[in-house]
Design a protein around this ligand. Sequence first.
Ligand code: ATP
Ligand code: MG
Length: 394
Amino acid sequence: MFFKSFLIKYGEIGIKGKNRYLFEDALVKQIRHALKHVEGEFLVRKEQGRIFAESQGDFDYDEAVEALQRVFGIVGICPVLETDDNGFEELAATVLDYMKQVYPEGNYTFKVNARRARKNYPMESMEINSALGERILDAFPQTKVDVHHPEVLLNVEIRERIYIYSKIIPGPGGMPVGTNGKCMLLLSGGIDSPVAGYMVAKRGVKIDAVYFHAPPYTSERAKQKVVDLARIVSRYSGPINLHVVNFTDIQLAIYEKCPHEELTIIMRRYMMRIAEHFARETGSLGLITGESIGQVASQTVQSLAATNEVCTMPVFRPLIAFDKQDIVDISLKIDTYETSIQPYEDCCTIFVAKHPVTKPNLNVIRGSETKLADVIEELVQKAIETVETIWVEE
Ligand code: ATP
Ligand code: MG
């Protein structure tokens, strides 16, 4: 491969003032982590507001780009040609070789954008621009200079070494994971919650997850599907500690003692309580769900208020105002869709009522929950004690 290195461009983290180095260090760490799975060895380092990932020998270029495109905080991935400074003649030859390799068709408009970060270089930026521009025009007679809207913007950065690049492959944006605390994702096997986890992780939040299953009403395969989804999300978010909670006895108790049209709401309230317990225990500062206003009976504004009431932690619902199709589009983009639509039963769907309440009244719900008073504490305790935690990592 012609390119041996990448220059990494980052956006928002550039504006963090005195804490900027923390964000850069987190980004470097995430880049190292992402490249660990790519064939080849890389040195990732930062240098004066730039991050470089340099291969140390052969590597899989496409795999490396794909891995970098999953690192939150990166806005652009520039394949860069690095060369030593052996005088202008050699630089010019290297630039011509670059243009020939990268733009073999030879007819484009261009502009040279030199930056002299090392001030003892004998030529000034403007001089370098025009001298290199002339060489390119001579070598490729069909090219033209366009200083306003060039098709090719050729960057030449002069530091200890010289860096030549012109292509910017878009990154995912966002912030490096680990720079914004940790949250607990309520992860089901559906389409929405993996997308919700992805979106919050994209803002730099580390993710843990909790999944409620109801064996034998839900199968081992349904659980495996959730593990698979967590694994896909972990490609972006880094490792996820997945808490698998046995919810069967709680669901049966609710089914037996509470009005059936309120089952889903009451069940969701116990999910939130238990999720919050694990969040607190493991250092998460908020909960994340895949809820979206009006999508189903348990997601009307009244239902969301009823579910929300049992939590003291903030509940983040990144999909709250999204249409289903918009959520599907993201799930396709992040590759969770195909797994999400596998037809394995969810614990909520087994105990659903024909006509669930759509406007639950809080006093009524609280009243129904009192019917669980003599058993629920013990059942919740048991669910917590028998949790299975699975370390999920790509
Ligand atoms: P999803 O597509 O994420 O399953 P949904 O549209 O099916 O969402 P609900 O089943 O009402 O909606 O669930 C709403 C949210 O509650 C989910 O997005 C998820 O965050 C959480 N949730 C639902 N069921 C479970 C479960 N079995 N384990 C963990 N969280 C769950
Ligand atoms: Mg669901």
